[in-house]
Design a protein around this ligand. Structure first.
Ligand code: CO
Length: 502
């Protein structure tokens, strides 16, 4: 039986050591192609009870094709995007899933063979000679899924978004967002929904990067409520020196914050067909990481120039949240000691977790007056995919929820969900170990919630014991398991998702 262990801080060390081990096959068995597309399939509860009055739709994206004709992708991030929607109607969930029918997906599906190289190292068959000088990318639309206006968008940061029908998830096609984007313009996979702006009750704030010897960040703020949802309200461009690799960012009421890691991009092995583009990123110990801090045009410092401030060492994919305190910005992020890349000779389904750096929750305090930053570790435990209550995004939050390892130190698969209280430093955890593996928890406040931690956490879980996917709903306050549904499709370990109103 899968044991769900509820741990309070004081008991943590002992219990966590007990559940330290995991079976790598239980974990890697999640990596297989999604076999079918379903439409509004009712989910049957296997534990707990339906949550009465729950209405809304959980959307989630992640790689759904990992192998074609016996050839595996080199890294799961190269897998074609597959969207899952789980729509709750008065507590009863219904599942719909669709592959994003990108140009590359359709071409490769026809002949069941990879004909594009992947950014994370997937090569066409035929060795480096067949890959050299082929710099074409497949827009795989596999990273995030959000609703903007009346469109659901499947996102992949290096190219334009794909629009999907919100109900059927059928692919409409690449969209320019009513002419806002140039065809296939880069559009980040990490938009932020700001519920606290004066400009609109709901803003979708996002960016695109045009990179090269100089990099330009285009910061866009879309109205996402009331009349004209989807309308671009704010558009600003800032140019910085150097190659920029920016996966995520953070916002406060007045600022958009970017962390430019101290990495170099050497395109030669990619051009020569030996490595994927992302495998050509390398930390440069002689370089200094930088914060690019851009005033939001919806805020107090509109029209002012952006700031560049030295940032702490380390590599960041994801930020948790940021807020302003006097003339400082407090920014929480998941830091790695180095850029974790799967080398050309490694098999991602059999990686040695000990060889890779683990993510740790750290807090940067950025002083906008003195132009300095300081870093403090909040927790040593390996974690990823951390979030705050969406109502607190950009403001001070007391709580954060995240996926973490079950063990307290070192790297391992993510098997637990952890809640941290930033004020008291108290942590509680729910573990799916030893054979369950978690993904990004999506925090949804309950309808009339007044407390920050009142709501639900939605987690797609890989159940290694039955080799299938479960949807788990936890109480955000105490991480108590409220409902578990066994899903009728198996979904590989995935990426990001969101919650939208029905
Ligand atoms: Co991400």
């Amino acid at each position: 039986m899968r044991s769900n262990i509820f741990i309070v801080t004081n008991l943590q060390d002992k219990k966590l050591n007990e559940i330290k081990s995991f079976n790598k096959e239980d974990w890697s068995s999640a990596y297989k192609n999604v076999e079918k597309e379903l439409t509004k399939e009712p989910l049957i509860i296997s534990k707990g009870e339906n949550i009465k009055d729950l209405n809304g739709t959980l959307l989630r994206n992640g790689p759904g094709i990992l192998e074609r004709g016996g050839q595996w992708v080199h890294h799961p991030f190269d897998g074609d995007g597959m969207i899952t929607s789980i729509k709750f109607e008065n507590g009863q969930p219904f599942l719909t899933n669709r592959f994003v029918k990108t140009k590359g997906y359709l071409e490769e599906e026809k002949i069941n063979k990879f004909i594009y190289r992947g950014v994370f190292g997937t090569q066409k068959k035929g060795g480096f000679l067949n890959n050299a000088l082929d710099l074409k990318f497949k827009n795989i639309a596999n990273t995030h899924v959000v609703k903007l206006g009346d469109e659901v968008l499947a996102l992949w940061e290096a190219a334009g978004p794909h629009a999907l029908n919100p109900e059927s998830l059928d692919t409409i096609g690449l969209t320019t967002l009513k002419g806002v984007l140039k065809p296939n313009e880069a559009f980040s996979a990490h938009p932020k929904i700001d519920l606290n702006s004066n400009a609109s009750p709901e803003l979708l704030v996002t960016f695109g990067v045009q990179t090269g010897p100089k990099s330009t960040i285009r910061l866009m703020e879309f109205n996402n409520a009331g009349e004209n949802p989807g309308e671009l309200l704010i558009d600003r461009k800032d140019t910085f020196n150097g190659f920029a690799f920016l996966h995520d960012f953070a916002i406060t009421t007045n600022w958009a914050i970017f962390l430019q890691n101290a990495i170099d991009f050497n395109p030669l092995p990619f051009v020569m067909g030996k490595k994927g583009a992302a495998q050509c990123l390398k930390s440069n110990p002689n370089k200094k990481a930088k914060f690019f801090i851009i005033p939001r045009e919806s805020g107090l410092f509109r029209g002012q120039p952006s700031l560049i401030i030295d940032a702490p060492e380390g590599f960041v994919f994801h930020h948790v949240n940021a807020y302003e305190k006097d003339s400082k910005i407090i920014l929480d992020s998941i830091f790695y000691d180095d850029f974790p890349s799967v080398g050309p000779d490694e098999n991602f389904r059999d990686i040695d977790f000990n060889k890779y750096p683990e993510g740790k929750l750290k807090r940067s305090t950025i002083d906008l007056k003195k132009k300095t930053s300081e870093l403090e570790t909040i927790s040593e435990q390996c974690c990823e995919f951390a979030a705050v209550n969406p109502k607190n995004l950009g403001l001070k939050a007391t709580f954060s929820w995240m996926a973490s390892t079950s063990q307290k130190l070192g790297n391992a698969p993510l098997q637990a969900i952890k809640k941290i209280n930033f004020n008291s430093k108290e942590e509680i955890s729910w573990s799916a170990g030893p054979s369950g593996f978690v993904s990004e928890p999506i925090m949804v406040p309950s309808e009339k919630s007044t407390n920050e931690d009142e709501g639900f956490l939605f987690i797609l879980l890989w159940n290694g014991e039955r080799r299938g996917s479960d949807l788990v709903i936890l109480d955000a306050k105490d991480l108590k398991e409220l409902a578990v549904y066994e899903l009728p499709i198996s979904i590989p370990h995935g990426l990001h998702g969101s919650w939208v109103k029905n």
